[in-house]
Design a protein around this ligand. Sequence first.
Ligand code: TMP
Length: 208
Amino acid sequence: MNHNDATRGRFITFEGIDGAGKSTHIGHVIALLEGAGKTVVSTREPGGTPLGEKLRDLVLHEKMHLETEALLMFASRREHVAQVIAPALARGEWVLSDRFTDASFAYQGGGRGLDRAKLDALEEWVHPHLQPDLTLLFDVPLDVARARLAATRTLDKFEMEQADFFARVRAEYLRRAAQSGGRIVVIDSTQSIAGVRMALQAALEPWL
Ligand code: TMP
């Protein structure tokens, strides 16, 4: 897929450790883009297709080998790219995905310690010509994220992980952001909702 094709839609992803507050802000970004006349497709990973949602249920609730977990994330992604993301971009629509491949590098790579070369190979296999145009990384210190999660009623397999797991996930996200050449924009999610919205507006400005 040619990123310079002006008729192609744009691909924006949302990332962050569990409890960083990204879900609160996706609706605002949709409103901003729709206000600017864009047609928006909002989706998520793991999931985003009927099969992907079944895989999501498995991967968030069953114990499994680390590599099985990574493979299922990419299996869900393969369906998602083929059925939802690529067709929408080709139609000129804007795709907003609540998580994408940065999450696999952060969680399976950083958090669980899976060899990065294996993740590189899966990425190359599943979406060799597709990268997000912009990734909004919602960042908060661990204690803030933990406090937000504590207010959640039922926690999934990842949300039940210990603080050191999330410290590794966060560190990997921030490392990737630093090396992303501007693709990944870090949003300080400890700010007020109004402050976060201003930061989002600034990050989206060059695309509107
Ligand atoms: P969510 O709670 O933001 O919907 O994300 C579901 C969980 O799945 C979250 O804890 C992060 C995890 N995840 C991975 O471990 N690897 C991935 O590639 C993706 C997309 C999500």
